[in-house]
Structures are given as structure tokens and as C-alpha cells.
Design a protein around this ligand. Structure first.
Ligand code: SF4
Length: 887
């Protein structure tokens, strides 16, 4: 931390709280306020870069919507009362029904120190392993694949390998949007070495394809066939590394036999993957003839009913060719969340114990029991997320504590999850946000500190442990998660195991456990950090594990010596039988629904929706569909679409795009019941899971669609926050001064004024227009718009309504003259050039119309556009879209 002369201003090095890239952030803080952020030039993950979400962090730390006080049954209470209620509730439940009647559900958003004490309390002191995490939903398949192949959950490489490689295969990863800074590093590497080849394997043509030499739009869920086909090809074409196979692996013959049985040739693999033989052949040829290959895989592989096998099919190919453990050569699983890795390290999954030990070896259980001096160590695996909420629903689990996550939105079959929580006898939720779909189900609400206040460590996708620093005072009565857990543990009578007074003490215990009885048995070892003082911990700079006490050097990459973390020291090659997704389409549900992230939002939008400019790029939930399907179902851009199956029903806007293959749809995961009427995509996703990992198949869900025919559509702008609006479709979009609501109804109100008057107060200083086809009303207070409402019965294509972005801006203006008022009511800018179109560059708020105009005036490259408009010159996340406009 550096402090300025005024002593009120300082710069703090911390870590971005969003994705698994784990970028370092320099935070400029003045008088307990975050003024600005920039990328930390010394952080190895980002080297000074930030994406648009990270760049907007300083716009998200206000107290609007924060949970600031403990509550029991909706009533504010003291911390003592809340702690006592939680401790007693858990104790009484355990006394009556046993330790497996309670559960914790954690989050990849909480810090390693929070994770550590939660895991220790449940597995060491309560005596159950019912502690799971939302990381189950994003990377547990990769964890299981790593353990099967390497003997431990190890990511072999580092981000530098993505730059050093000669062939980068991105599979199941829209890196440009989900991991933007890693993508920017890849773009820069490709620019510096154009001969580096990039292959994108994804059914959709995403923004990531912008830099691809080859895009393989394979059939949904067919990745397993593609990689078993590759193993067969490598054998047939004598491209194996026999020395590596013979000296460092086991199981090769069985792996190859299985691969040959299902996909013995390119001709067999091609129809199973829905790809041209020539395209597959090209990928296989490149893989077999390139020494330095990285296969980066993510949710498109993991979120599958055979995600573990898919991970092992990828790893098999790298093992068979020795393309692992070397600069520029590795299979590389990139995680979704900022601290999914830290959670894995402490053992925060129900099938893990602690510090990369699990329940399969009684010696491990005894070791952890001794280290913790645990009175009731868990001796078997607990329930994984989907099974855990099933147990909540059927009453086997009677008390659950949810920390820093929103399962009513993010779990599959999300309505079932809400129902489960409503049935549960005791639901405790710790969160920094007051109103979420999950806090609405809580009996006890515990206010947790937010990103800028929390203090601890996180581990990113390349095993780098970074400090996340608390530089603002805890808001209101909020407390750190680790403090809350320790208080409850102490109130439950476990004072001796939870006498921590700082995150440093917890981290040091965690580091010591990693080395306890280790002697090289477990590759996860950070015992060299167990001797840190509080000051050294506070000043710790990013460090990659392993950090073994007494080691002369610690490897940057695993397996460069050919040694794996298995009993034999050899990597295991697995016989993989590729499988199609379990949930298949039918005549009733003929479309495949795929889900994922968008560029500018994070998870359930509780934080990113506070940065208004992040909603400029995409402001409403949508479904991508192909032109072929649009034609078949009579759908145009921006139509309202119903997507449904036996589990639920969503209503969102249509986006017709060539990038979406026919017969399939894509919906984002971000919208919740706080923001829209029916946009929770996980209410449609079945709880079908990988049998080993327990990870749900969130990328393949059969649905049907139909176009809705609203009788009217409208826009309401007010400073009042509303939910449950009385119409078929509503979407809340926060603006600088209030909220914009996009509306559509299947029934026409008899009287617009009455309809509106039930929602908001209508002031006297007003202008209005009322015709059979439209109703427009604006009210003012001191020449400032107070309420704007536009409804139209001819707005089915939304064309007879004003541009939403322009109208939102008017809400912030002084509207003094009669001409300005009439222009407002007309819904048109006086000067048409004021309409910049949909925002493409969120950093500098540059719209599509502005960019198109600049292109037409000669700015025919991204560099020229950046020089003229600045667009694309900060985080670079919008460059694929700018390039699309240029072409
Ligand atoms: S890529 Fe963006 S969201 Fe991810 S850690 Fe970096 S700044 Fe944060």
C-alpha cells in the first residue's frame, strides 16, 4: 500500500473479484472511497490489463442495496442474536437428526481463509462432509479428470504457455467474453507471432472465433468423440511419443483400444461430431505435427453429463504425445470463478477432505484429524450440490447455510431449489447484498463484507495465490465471512479450533496443513508460506504454488520431470467411451438450449449491474437463434420469445444471428427475478449430472420455443425500484438516476393512467399524448423529468417506441423549454446525430451508429477507430465486435 502526502489517499494492490483469470488491480482510495482502478502492471496474470468489468470496479462499491444488518425472519437483530440463532439451530438439528442433517453451500467468490474455516467446521467439528460449493457447477469435471489422470487436481501449465505455444486449441471456451484478459494476451501473442495457430472448437461462432485459424462448429456435446478420434489418429499416423508413454504413463493400451473402438478414423469421427472430414483432419494434422500444443478447456467441456471423460479424452492426447509439462505444451483447464482454485485447495468440495486429501485413504483422515485436533472428523464424502439440494427438498437436510452465492438462480432446476429452500426448517444466508432470489428464502440473513472490504487470498487458474485486500471499512454492521463462521463455531462450543483473529492466522494454518505429513506425497504444498508473519502476509506479492518448505526451487510447471502424483508416479491414461448428452431432444422439445456468460456481466448481476455502463452493451435477457430457426418459427430480432420445457418457462428477446447453429439456442445465465419477469435460464436446466463429478449438464437442455404476440410494449423510467410488474414481460435496467423498465403485455390495460397509477405516483406537472395506438406521459419536478412512460400497441417490433438509451439520457437532463418537452414526448432527439446506437465499447461508451459513421468517413481499421473514437483502446473486450462492423 502506498500513501500520499495528504495521508487520506493511497493506492492498494488487490485482486479482481470476478473471473478465474485473477487479475491484479491497483485501487486508488481516498477517504474510505474507491476513486479509480487500473491493472496492476506487476501482476503475472494481467501485466497491467483489465477487462471492462474489472475497469468498472470503482463504480460498484456504493452501499445501495447492501445488506448492512443481521436479520431473523425479516427483522433486524444484533450479531449476538443472529449468531446464537444459527449456532442453536444447527446444534439442535444435529442433536436430533445427526450431523448429516445440516449442510453448507459455499462459493468460488469467497476467499481461501473463509473457505478453510467453513470446511474445518463442517468436516472436522460437526462431523459431516456436507459442504459443497457453486464451483461444483463450473469445474468439478476438470477436478475429477485431473485426479484420475495426474493423481491430484493439478493444472500443469501457466498463462505464459498460451503465448509460447504454436498451436492453441480453445475448446468449450468463449475466452473473449468469459476470460477477456487471457484472450487479450492470446491476441497479442498471435499478433507478435502470426504463425501461431489458433483453433476454436465450439458449436457457436463466438467472439473468440475472431482470431481463429480454424473454427470447428461441432455438434453440441460431441467433444468426446473429437478427442478420442484424435488419439486414434495419433496412433495410426505414428505421431505418439512412445518414450513418454513407456516411461511416464500407464493405461495407454486400454485408452487407445477404447478410442479406436468408437472413433477409429476421421471418417468415423466426422459424422459423430457433425463436422467435415477435412476440417477434423486439419486439426488432427496440426496437433500431430506441432510440438508445442496447449488445449484450453472450460465450461463447454465441464458442464456435461460426461464432462470428466471429456477432460480425460483431452488429457490422453497430451500424454500420448508428451505435450505436457513443457513451455507452451499442456492441457489447461481454465476456471470460471476468482477463487474456485482456492476452494479446491482447502478441500471445499463434498468429495474432498482438506489440502488435496480425500476420504479414500484412512491415513489421510487420521492425518487431518490430528492436525485439526478434530473432535468429530467426517469419514465419508458428503452430498454434492445437486444431491444436497435434493436432500434439502425431501427433508433429509433440515438446516443449510449458504455463503456468497445465489443458488435459486444458478443451480439447475432453479424453481425446485427455491421450493427446497422454502420447505427447509432453517435457511441461513450470508451475503453482502440484501435482495437476491436466494436471500428472499432466508430465515437468517448475515451481512458479509464485500470485495473492497474483504481481506485474504485467492488462487487463479494458473495456481497463483494473490492477496485480496480490504481497503474500505466494513459497510454498516457487516463482518468478514471467516469472522462470522468462527463466531458461530465458538457459539457451538468449538472455541479451541476457531480462535483466529486475522486472515493471516488462518492462511498460515492452511499452509501448515498442506505440508503436514506430506514429504512429497501431495503436490499441493505451500508449507514454505506457513512461516509468514502477519506483516509478511499483508505484504505478500502474487506467488505460484507449489511453495515447498526447504525446496531450493519450486517448479513453474508440473510434470516437466515426468513424475505424476499417483502411487506409481505415472500418469493414468483412461479408456474413454464418448457419450452423447443424456438429455436428448424430442418432437415436443426439439431445440437444444445452451447457456453461458456475456461480456459485461458477472454471475447474477448483484455487483456488475451497479456499473451503469456495463448494461449499455446488453441490457435485457435474450436468446440467440439461427436465421433458419427464426424463419421456421416466424421470429425477428427483438421479438419476445417463450422458451419452455417440462421444468419451466422463460420470456426473453430474440437475437437472430448467423453464429448460432440451426436447432440450437443460447441464453445468458445472468438475469434473475430481481431484474426480469422470466429470465432465469436455470429454471429450464435439468439436474442431469456427470456421474463422477456431479456437475450438471448446463450446456444441453431440450426446449421448445414460440413467438409471443404482445398487444403492447412500453418503456417506463422512474427513480422508483419496482418488481413483479403486472405484465407478461418486464426487465429492470438501472440508469444513472433511476431505473428503466422495458415492458410488454399480452392484455391491453383499459386505462393507461390507472394502470400506471397503481405502480408509481403521477405528478401534476405533466404532458401526455393519448391515442388509440399510443400513450405517452412525462411528468416533471423543477424542470427535471420525474416519470417517463411510453406505451404503444403498434410496437410489436419495438419500432414505434423511442430509443431506450436516448430516453434514459433525457431522464438526467434539464428539460426547460416547451420545445424540449415536445421533443421528449415525440420521443425523438432534436438532432438525430444524438442517437449513437447500441453501445459497443463500454469503456468509452461508443455506440454502433457512431462507429459506423466513422468507418464510412474512412476509419477503416481498429487502430484508426481507436485514434478517432477511443473505442477498443482500453480493455479490448469489444474488438471482436468492432472488427465485425469493419468487415
Ligand atoms: S479478466 Fe476481467 S473479470 Fe477476469 S479477473 Fe481480469 S479484470 Fe477481472
Amino acid at each position: 500500500m502506498t500513501t500520499s502526502a495528504s495521508s487520506q489517499a493511497c493506492q492498494v494492490k488487490t485482486t479482481c473479484p470476478y473471473c478465474g483469470v485473477g487479475c491484479g488491480v491497483s485501487a486508488d482510495v481516498t477517504d474510505n472511497r474507491l476513486i479509480a482502478v487500473s491493472g496492476d502492471k506487476n501482476h503475472p496474470a494481467n501485466l497491467g490489463r483489465l477487462c471492462v468489468k474489472g475497469s468498472a470496479l470503482h463504480e460498484t462499491t456504493d452501499l445501495q442495496g447492501r445488506l448492512l444488518q443481521p436479520h431473523i425472519n425479516g427483522q433486524p437483530v444484533s450479531w449476538d442474536q443472529a449468531t446464537d440463532k444459527v449456532a442453536r439451530g444447527f446444534q439442535e438439528t444435529i442433536a436430533q437428526y445427526g450431523p448429516d442433517s445440516v449442510a453448507f453451500y459455499l462459493s468460488g467468490q469467497i476467499l481461501t481463509e473463509d473457505y478453510y474455516v467453513a470446511n474445518k467446521l463442517m468436516k472436522g467439528f460437526i462431523g459431516s462432509a456436507n459442504v459443497d460449493t457453486n464451483s461444483r457447477l463450473c469445474m468439478s469435471s476438470a477436478v475429477a479428470a485431473h485426479k484420475r489422470a495426474f493423481g491430484a487436481d493439478l493444472v500443469p501449465g501457466c498463462y505464459e504457455d498460451l503465448e509460447l505455444t504454436d498451436l492453441l486449441i480453445l475448446v468449450g471456451s468463449n475466452t473473449a467474453w468469459a476470460h477477456p484478459v487471457v484472450y487479450q494476451r492470446i491476441v497479442a501473442a498471435k499478433k507478435a507471432r502470426p504463425q501461431m495457430k489458433i483453433v476454436v472448437i465450439d458449436p457457436r461462432q463466438t467472439a473468440t472465433c475472431d482470431i481463429a485459424d480454424l473454427h470447428l462448429p461441432l455438434k453440441h456435446g460431441s467433444d468426446g468423440y473429437l478427442f478420442t478420434g484424435l488419439l486414434s489418429y495419433l496412433a495410426v499416423n505414428e505421431a505418439l511419443d512412445s518414450s513418454f508413454i513407456n516411461h511416464h504413463t500407464e493405461g495407454f493400451d486400454n485408452a487407445l483400444q477404447a478410442a479406436s473402438q468408437f472413433t477409429g478414423s476421421v471418417a468415423e469421427a466426422a459424422p459423430l461430431c457433425g463436422l467435415d472430414e477435412t476440417d477434423i483432419e486439419l486439426l488432427y494434422h496440426w496437433f500431430s505435427t506441432t510440438e508445442k500444443v496447449v488445449t484450453l478447456f472450460s465450461q463447454g467441456i465441464n458442464q456435461s453429463s460426461s464432462g470428466v471423460d471429456k477432460g480425460n479424452a483431452i488429457i490422453n492426447c497430451h500424454l500420448a504425445t508428451g505435450k505436457i509439462g513443457k513451455p507452451g505444451a499442456a492441457p489447461f483447464s481454465i476456471t470460471g470463478q476468482p477463487n474456485a482454485m482456492g476452494g479446491r485447495e482447502v478441500g471445499g468440495l463434498a468429495n474432498q477432505l482438506a489440502a488435496h486429501m480425500d476420504f479414500s485413504d484412512p491415513a489421510n483422515i487420521e492425518l487431518v484429524e490430528n492436525f485439526w485436533q478434530a473432535p468429530r472428523i467426517a469419514r465419508q464424502e458428503g452430498l454434492k450440490a445437486v444431491d444436497m439440494f435434493q436432500a434439502v427438498h425431501d427433508g433429509r437436510i433440515k438446516a443449510i447455510w449458504i455463503m456468497g452465492t445465489n443458488p435459486v438462480v444458478s443451480m439447475p432446476d432453479a424453481d425446485f431449489i427455491r421450493d427446497a429452500l422454502q420447505r427447509c426448517e432453517l435457511v441461513v444466508v450470508s451475503d453482502c447484498v440484501e435482495k437476491t432470489d436466494t436471500t428472499a428464502c432466508a430465515d437468517v440473513l448475515l451481512p458479509a463484507t464485500g470485495w473492497a472490504e474483504k481481506d485474504g487470498t485467492v488462487t487463479n487458474s494458473e495456481r497463483v495465490i494473490s492477496r485480496q485486500k480490504g481497503f474500505l471499512r466494513p459497510a454498516g454492521n457487516s463482518r468478514h465471512d471467516w469472522q462470522i463462521i468462527c463466531s458461530v463455531a465458538q457459539a457451538m462450543g468449538y472455541a479451541e479450533g476457531f480462535q483466529f483473529s486475522s486472515p493471516a492466522q488462518i492462511f498460515i494454518e492452511h499452509a501448515a496443513l498442506s505440508g503436514f505429513g506430506n514429504n512429497g506425497k501431495r503436490f499441493f504444498d505451500i508449507s514454505a508460506l506457513a512461516g509468514l508473519s502477519e506483516r509478511q502476509y499483508n505484504e505478500m506479492t502474487p506467488v505460484r504454488w507449489p511453495q515447498v518448505k526447504g525446496a531450493q526451487t519450486n517448479p513453474v510447471r508440473f510434470f516437466s520431470d515426468g513424475k505424476f502424483n499417483t502411487p506409481s508416479g505415472r500418469a493414468r491414461m483412461l479408456p474413454v467411451e464418448p457419450k452423447a448428452p443424456l438429455n436428448q431432444t424430442s418432437s415436443r422439445y426439439p431445440m437444444v438450449l445452451n447457456t453461458g456468460r456475456i461480456r459485461d456481466q458477472w454471475h447474477t448481476m448483484t455487483r456488475t449491474s451497479k456499473a451503469i455502463r456495463l448494461l449499455n452493451h446488453i441490457d435485457q435477457p435474450f436468446v440467440d437463434l439461427s436465421p433458419v430457426d427464426a424463419l421456421q418459427y416466424g421470429i425477428s430480432n427483438n421479438n419476445l420469445i417463450e422458451i419452455s420445457n417440462s421444468l419451466g418457462r422463460c420470456v426473453v428477446r430474440a437475437k437472430v444471428t448467423d453464429g448460432q447453429p440451426a436447432g440450437s439456442l443460447f441464453m445468458p445465465i445472468h438475469w434473475t427475478a430481481q431484474f426480469t419477469s422470466r429470465g432465469r435460464v436455470d429454471s429450464l436446466i435439468a439436474s442431469v449430472c456427470d456421474p463422477i463429478a456431479g456437475q450438471p449438464e448446463s450446456k444441453h437442455c431440450p426446449v421448445t420455443i414460440r413467438k409471443l404476440e404482445p398487444l403492447w410494449q412500453g418503456i417506463l423510467i422512474t427513480d422508483q425500484e419496482l418488481t413483479d410488474l403486472p405484465c407478461e414481460y418486464w426487465c429492470k435496467v438501472p440508469t444513472q438516476k433511476g431505473f428503466r423498465y422495458e415492458l410488454a403485455g399480452l392484455e391491453l390495460p383499459e386505462n393507461w393512467q390507472d394502470w400506471l397509477g397503481k405502480l408509481v405516483e403521477i405528478g401534476d406537472d405533466r404532458i401526455e399524448l393519448n391515442s388509440s395506438a399510443a400513450f405517452r406521459l412525462a411528468t416533471f419536478a423543477d424542470q427535471q423529468p420525474e416519470l417517463l412512460f411510453f406505451a404503444s400497441t403498434t410496437a410489436v417490433e419495438n419500432k414505434s417506441l423511442p430509443n431506450s438509451a436516448w430516453l434514459s439520457k433525457q431522464f438526467d437532463q434539464t428539460i426547460g423549454s416547451a420545445a424540449q418537452r415536445m421533443s421528449l414526448l415525440a420521443g425523438k432527439p432534436v438532432d438525430n446525430n444524438d442517437d449513437c446506437g447500441a453501445v459497443i465499447c463500454s469503456c468509452f461508451e461508443v455506440g454502433e451508429n457512431t462507429i459506423r459513421q466513422a468507418i464510412s468517413q474512412g476509419a477503416d481499421s481498429t487502430d484508426k477507430l481507436a485514434a478517432k473514437l477511443k473505442c477498443g483502446s482500453n480493455c479490448g473486450s469489444c474488438l471482436p465486435e468492432i472488427r465485425a462492423l469493419l468487415t
